[in-house]
Design a protein around this ligand. Structure first.
Ligand code: MRU
Length: 346
């Protein structure tokens, strides 16, 4: 399942699918500079931890090229790397990609070509890692199907799909593989306020792949679990700490609580680049991004009459709003981790 979220071009530009416009408009943007990459990450033209990492890897190649033209190449390169690292704080894949490129730059005298080739390698590695996540998660869905002989109902939150990676996705990867192998699957898609990555992105890509799915309000998951309509919850992660605590889109924690209360397995799917072994206690130390309150006070949708995207206000202009964009699910609520190397229990 490849949606061409990011592709390098022969002229050393990078095409990215502009996810701000989905599902209504399919438009690509061209990145040419490190500043373009920073804007694409901060404004969420690209989003999802693995895709942020790969975009940053190309950003570092541009940073190396731009630094060569500066009076103080080394210092300027480091300052561009720091600027890039600050574009989004929660997904550790961003810092992981930057650190990998910084190490290579130190060996290869900040060669643009070397860093560009490395970014292409990281892109290919991400698709391969997600494919392995698919293989490691597939037995979970197969086991449910063998036991129930009915459609396997998966609930997911946010978009940890092909759009959040180079291909396949993380949480969706086992679903795509199960679907391809003829296992009947159905996905409950949390809309994921405030930016609605579920309603806009996960629904769009599942529809494209022909996977049966239903979009639900974020508050419906607990009720569906009580009704026996959810067999398994699978989400992605933006950072997994050494103690197994996992940061993911705001609202994931509530789904984990509801799953625990209903004895429903709750899995986190992630590639190695999302593991942050330097953080011992995720709940205490994973940084949580605070995004603009406008994402809460306003909502974007498609005006069918005008055939255009519109943003409208939802809240009284006198009301304050807050927008923590991620939460941390403690390891005790996580049944297991579907990684690119294995299926892990806490
Ligand atoms: O703010 P976003 O859209 O970048 O948040 C994305 C998520 O929370 C995903 O679930 C996570 O990055 C995993 S992506 C494979």
């Amino acid at each position: 399942m490849n949606l061409n979220t990011i592709s390098p071009n022969p002229d050393f530009t990078v095409s990215v699918l502009d996810q701000r416009l989905l599902p209504h408009v399919e438009q690509y943007e061209i990145l040419r500079t490190v500043e373009d990459c920073i804007e694409a990450i901060a404004d969420m033209w690209v989003r999802g931890a693995p895709l942020i990492g790969v975009t940053a890897a190309f950003g570092m190649a541009y940073a190396a090229r731009e630094a060569q033209e500066n009076e103080h190449p080394e210092g300027y390169f480091q300052s561009l790397a720091s600027h890039l690292a600050s574009s989004r704080p929660t997904a550790v894949n961003l810092q992981w990609a930057i650190d990998r490129q910084l190490a290579l730059a130190a060996q290869k005298e900040m060669s643009f070509e070397a860093l560009w080739d490395e970014a292409v390698t990281m892109l290919e590695e991400d698709a391969a890692a997600c494919r392995r996540i698919a293989e490691h998660g597939l037995p979970l869905l197969q086991a449910i199907f063998s036991q129930t002989k009915k459609t396997v109902n998966v609930l997911t939150h946010c978009n940890a799909g092909a759009l959040a990676t180079v291909a396949w996705g993380t949480a969706t990867a086992p679903v795509y593989l199960a679907h391809a192998q003829g296992i009947p699957v159905h996905v409950w898609v949390d809309e994921t306020r405030p930016r609605n990555q579920g309603a806009h992105l996960t629904a769009w890509e599942l529809a494209k792949a022909g996977v049966p799915h239903t979009v639900i309000s974020d508050n419906a998951g607990g009720h569906l679990m009580q009704q026996g309509k959810v067999d398994i919850v699978i989400t992605g992660a933006d950072r997994v700490a050494a103690n197994g605590d996992a940061a993911n889109k705001i609202g994931t924690y509530l789904k984990a609580l509801a799953a625990k209360d209903n004895d429903i397995p709750f899995y986190i799917a992630y590639p190695e680049s999302t593991l942050d072994a330097s953080i011992a206690d995720g709940l205490r130390d994973i940084p949580i991004e605070e995004r603009s309150t406008e994402e809460v006070t306003h909502i974007q949708g498609w005006d069918e009459e005008a055939a255009a995207l519109r943003t409208v206000r939802l809240t009284p202009s006198a009301s304050a709003a807050a927008n923590p964009a991620f939460d941390v699910t403690p390891a005790r609520l996580i049944t297991g981790y579907i990684t690119d190397s294995e299926l892990l229990r806490p």
